[in-house]
Design a protein around this ligand. Structure first.
Ligand SMILES: Cc1cc2nc3c(=O)[nH]c(=O)nc-3n(C[C@H](O)[C@H](O)[C@H](O)COP(=O)(O)OP(=O)(O)OC[C@H]3O[C@@H](n4cnc5c(N)ncnc54)[C@H](O)[C@@H]3O)c2cc1C
Length: 426
């Protein structure tokens, strides 16, 4: 099925992007050392690492740079790789340090790039995991103990119920773990800045160029309707928007998440809801997450059982949830609303592997993609260069295939949401 190229979704990010990109579409027969399919964080991060190492890189994107989840997400830079317990089991005890370092590597990559390439993406430190139930407080205590034990270099603190209420202006939580190592940013502007950096180092980027096939072989050939790229290596980075390889689509759940952005808050309201400018994330599976934008809007997100992209419908569904946490915003207008799709593997472990000797893929970061995609870019670039140490840790993990994922995708998502709603309520 060939997809028709689409413009950016009507998000707050698209409306406040630093620039609009006009890279040409792919035409004619071309060559590259590495051809990357998909210009989200995974694809662009890989491209930048490879361009820095002197590879001749081409990125082929069906729509626009950052069009997928990377340009629409909550902008929360959260440490850790999801599915760590499963990975740890397969790596063994000595792997704890490797996993720990990998869990924070994406943050360092982002911070370094923002500095090196002067990327204006509102990057800030400050984040809290909040607790709703006593078992969440126990989880946060364990997390705090681990940060202590492994000498986490950034400030962190367990907050009491009262401290949480004072810090977040809501009675919704019974505790929190504040962590200055995490943070938040404008994801589309980060992705655009990284793409610009890669292009400045010689990477060629093609937009509005859906890839329709890959011919495997000694030199794989990536085909669009009007052109092709023959390369030594191909990296597939289409994640939950991927429509090329049925096997890759069938090994993770596409989960929808939605965000609404209020109008800019008055100083008084800003101080009443988030005086420290922290990103906030709750521990539920049907979770809520929010933060202030640079122009002091509350960007409030949540997963829900909806498959459309009607902004009014998204606002209608998110508004009651927002007001439950922040009744003080009852007279505040919601100006933007949009949604996107997250790739969630059943075991939550990010999926990296090979479709053949010279075709690699990386996908399925659950809700940690801002961080982990940047690590994945480094791991993909290492794999192209012939270093497989970290790649193999992921590649050897068993992936579970979801039966009927294509035919019954909506029903399965709905069932999954119901299952997790029950789990959240326990
Ligand atoms: C609403 C929402 C909120 C989120 N919030 C957070 C958060 O706060 N923190 C966090 O860490 N993570 C969050 N995530 C997850 C995170 O955004 C993703 O994990 C991450 O952006 C995935 O990046 P990616 O590059 O792998 O995929 P994407 O950004 O989805 O990019 C894939 C790209 O591949 C292109 N493509 C697909 N198939 C083809 C083809 N055949 N030919 C050419 N191009 C193709 C698509 O057009 C798309 O641009 C959120 C996700 C969503 C949807």
């Amino acid at each position: 099925m060939i997809q028709t190229p689409q413009p950016h979704t009507g998000s707050y990010y698209a409306a406040t992007a630093n620039r609009s990109t006009e890279y040409s579409s792919l035409k004619g027969e071309q060559t590259a050392n590495v051809c990357i399919i998909g210009a989200g964080f995974t694809g662009i991060s890989t491209a930048l690492f490879l361009a820095e190492r002197g590879y001749k890189v081409a990125v082929v994107e069906a729509n626009k740079i950052g069009w997928g989840a990377s340009g629409r997400n909550g902008g929360q830079m959260i440490g850790g790789i999801s599915g760590e317990a499963k990975l740890a089991k397969s790596i063994g005890r000595e792997g704890e340090k490797i996993l720990w370092d990998m869990g924070w590597a994406g943050h360092e990559i982002i911070r370094e790039r923002v500095k090196t390439y002067n990327i204006d993406c509102d990057l800030k430190s400050g984040y809290v995991d909040v607790a709703i139930k006593p078992r969440h407080v126990a989880d946060l205590q364990a997390w705090r103990d681990q940060l202590e034990r492994l000498n986490f270099p950034h400030e962190f603190k367990l907050l009491s119920k009262q401290e949480t209420e004072e810090s977040l202006g809501t009675k919704a939580y019974i505790g929190a773990l504040q962590n200055q190592g995490n943070g938040h940013l404008h994801p589309l502007n980060l992705c655009l800045g990284e793409a610009q950096a890669a292009a400045s180092l010689g990477a060629r980027i093609f937009e509005q160029s859906p890839v329709i096939d890959i011919e495997k072989g000694l030199k794989p050939r990536v085909l669009t309707s009007k052109g092709s790229i023959t390369a030594d290596f191909v990296v597939l980075a289409g994640n939950a928007y991927h429509f090329l390889d049925a096997k890759l689509r069938g090994i993770m759940f596409p989960v929808n998440s939605f965000i609404t952005a209020t109008e800019p808050l008055s100083k008084e309201l800003e101080l009443s809801v988030n005086p420290n400018d922290w990103a906030v994330c709750d521990p539920n599976y049907i979770l809520e997450y929010y933060r202030l934008s640079a122009d002091k809007r509350l960007l409030f997100g949540g997963r829900c059982n909806y498959f459309g992209n009607d902004p009014n419908e998204i606002k209608r569904r998110l508004r009651p949830r927002l007001l439950k946490t922040y009744p003080q915003l009852k007279n505040t207008n919601l100006e933007f609303a949009w949604g996107g799709t997250i790739g969630v593997p059943i075991n939550r472990v990010p999926q990296m592997g090979r479709l053949s000797e010279n075709i690699f893929y990386s996908q399925g970061y659950s809700g940690h993609g801002v961080n982990v995609t940047h690590l994945a870019g480094q791991i993909m670039a290492d794999a192209v260069a012939g270093t497989f140490e970290r790649f193999d840790m992921f590649a050897k993990m068993k992936t579970l295939k979801l039966p009927g994922q294509h035919t019954f995708a909506r029903q399965m998502v709905a069932l999954g949401m119901m299952y997790y709603k029950i789990k959240d309520s326990l």
